[in-house]
Design a protein around this ligand. Structure first.
Ligand code: MG
Length: 500
């Protein structure tokens, strides 16, 4: 605690926040709490993210709203717990909680009644753009894509890049990797199958062009990287460049992208007018062993509602507004980005629906030591698995995921099925971040009473959206194809690859 106090600078005089500031949101994929050098990894090469943290604010208790990709992104875009947004599968015996992601054969996506932060900002006069992984559906006419959800422009792979590469080595497009890898510009496929070996450089160029083109008006840009989701890959410039192997190379390339964006903002003198945020969608992929990510001192990883599945690195950078070397110990979440961005930009929150975010403006602009959240709700699909209240966490249900033997903790394994905890498990996360030592409930009777009360209140407030994952699945009908009339799909889906 002494160290934190020493390095944390509390602003005592209010700062002048620019009217309609720009926002750049950089989202990593499966980057774990312990993966960045600035979060303690000894061999990661992340000088630009480390610089962001040094010059801005690093969060220690920051949560993604979900332990896997699609639902996490639904909450990021809407500021709402993802069961409200329809981004889950109808629970079944093979998927008892309904936690899942969209696949290319899904005809649906995040419910069209949901309002994204891009929609709100666009209506508020912002230019809005995105590159990268969307993972909230496509739709037969592209109605679920970013270009239809508030983004003026979109370029990228809407899904994970796993279909574009082999599991072991980067491979060029070939008959073995047919139409599964498709790049969109707005609602049109511009390359299929796409060669993504230099995709980072293209994304960065797109980002720079967007920022340059809109430098004289307020803008919101969402840079959703594919790194460091499996399979790991890096462009030739980054292969074999780090001590951490292919995962380290992929992470270094993501870090390079961050540095390019920061430098570009500075070169245009936009840095003091632009909030830049880095965070990740969910915890590390433990099944990849040494080529997967790192959860640091936390338990389990991707797919679970243990801390390693959802607690994430998060860095806020805004020179002149956020003091350098700041560290926040407050609970906070991707859910809070929507509310905070709306507040900072002077836009208006939708008033016809529940939102689950908290405004972080005070924390970012006035007092980085402020404690802004006292609770967090851990969902797996439609199951409320656990609740955090201050430094206590209660597990009502547990389940492993995305992890196999010989990983030493059996609680994390895929084969460890959904299990109700009766009595619940109670942990003190300040003393025991790895959730190893369950407390005696008799000694913590009043704490449990409080948590059960806020849990009951929360349950009364939760309204589920219609489950959209798998609802309209039809691979033959909905699989994206750049030449829709060709047969047999997707093998015949081949279009020029001239974007590089
Ligand atoms: Mg992910």
């Amino acid at each position: 605690m002494c160290l934190l106090v020493f390095f944390t600078l509390k602003i005592t005089e209010s700062v002048e926040i620019p009217s309609k500031p720009n926002v750049v949101l950089i989202y990593g994929d499966d980057v774990g709490y312990g993966d960045l050098n600035v979060y303690g990894h000894p061999t990661s090469w992340t000088p630009n993210l480390d610089r962001m943290a040094r010059e801005g604010l690093r969060m220690l208790q920051f949560y993604s709203a979900a332990p896997i990709c699609s639902p996490s992104r639904a909450s990021l875009m809407t500021g709402r717990l993802y069961p409200r947004t329809g981004v889950y599968r109808s629970p079944s015996s093979t998927n008892p909680t309904g936690l899942d992601v969209f696949s290319p054969g899904d005809g649906g996506g995040m419910l069209l009644s949901e309002i994204t932060v891009a929609q709100v900002l666009k209506e508020h006069g912002y230019a809005t753009g995105m590159v990268g992984k969307w993972h909230l559906g496509i739709g037969e006419q592209g109605e679920y894509l970013p270009h239809s959800r508030g983004f003026d422009s979109y370029f990228g792979l809407p899904f994970t890049q796993s279909a574009c590469l082999s599991d072991i080595n980067p491979v060029p497009p070939s008959p073995d990797h047919p139409g599964y890898c498709f790049l969109y510009r707005n609602s049109t496929i511009v390359s299929q199958p796409a060669d993504i070996r230099d995709l980072d450089a293209v994304y960065v160029q797109e980002a720079k062009e967007f920022i340059s083109n809109h430098q004289h008006e307020p803008f919101f840009f969402y840079f959703a990287s594919h790194h460091t989701h499996r399979p790991q890959w890096a462009s030739s410039r980054y292969q074999d460049t780090t001590r951490r192997g292919i995962f380290g190379d992929a992470l270094a390339e993501l870090d390079w992208s961050v540095g390019e964006i920061l430098s570009h903002l500075e070169s245009l003198s936009l840095d003091s007018q632009t909030l830049v945020v880095f965070m990740s969608d969910n915890g590390p992929e433990l099944k990849d062993i040494e080529t997967g990510g790192e959860q640091g001192p936390l338990k389990c990883g991707k797919g679970t509602t243990y801390e390693g599945g959802v607690r994430e690195p998060a860095i806020f950078w805004w020179p002149g507004i956020i003091p350098s070397h700041s560290i926040s110990e407050s609970i906070s979440s991707t859910l809070d980005l929507f509310t905070t961005i709306v507040s900072l930009t002077g836009a208006t929150l939708p008033n016809d629906r529940a939102t689950d975010g908290i405004d972080l403006t005070q924390l970012l602009t006035n007092d980085t030591t402020a404690i802004v959240r006292d609770r967090f709700f851990y969902y797996s699909g439609v199951y409320l698995m656990a609740v955090r209240y201050h430094h206590y966490k209660v597990h009502f249900w547990t389940m492993g995921s995305h992890c196999f033997p010989p990983y030493p903790d059996q609680d994390c394994w895929d084969t460890t099925t959904l299990s109700r905890k009766d009595p619940p498990l109670l942990f003190n996360l300040d003393h025991d971040p790895k959730e190893r030592h369950s407390l005696n409930l008799t000694e913590y009777h009043s704490t449990m009473e409080t948590i059960l009360k806020i849990t009951a209140e929360h349950n009364r407030s939760m309204t589920l959206g219609v489950p959209m994952i798998g609802k309209l699945y039809n691979n033959a009908k909905f699989f994206p194809c750049c030449s829709p009339s060709c047969k047999p799909r997707p093998l015949c889906c081949s279009c020029s690859n001239d974007i590089f």
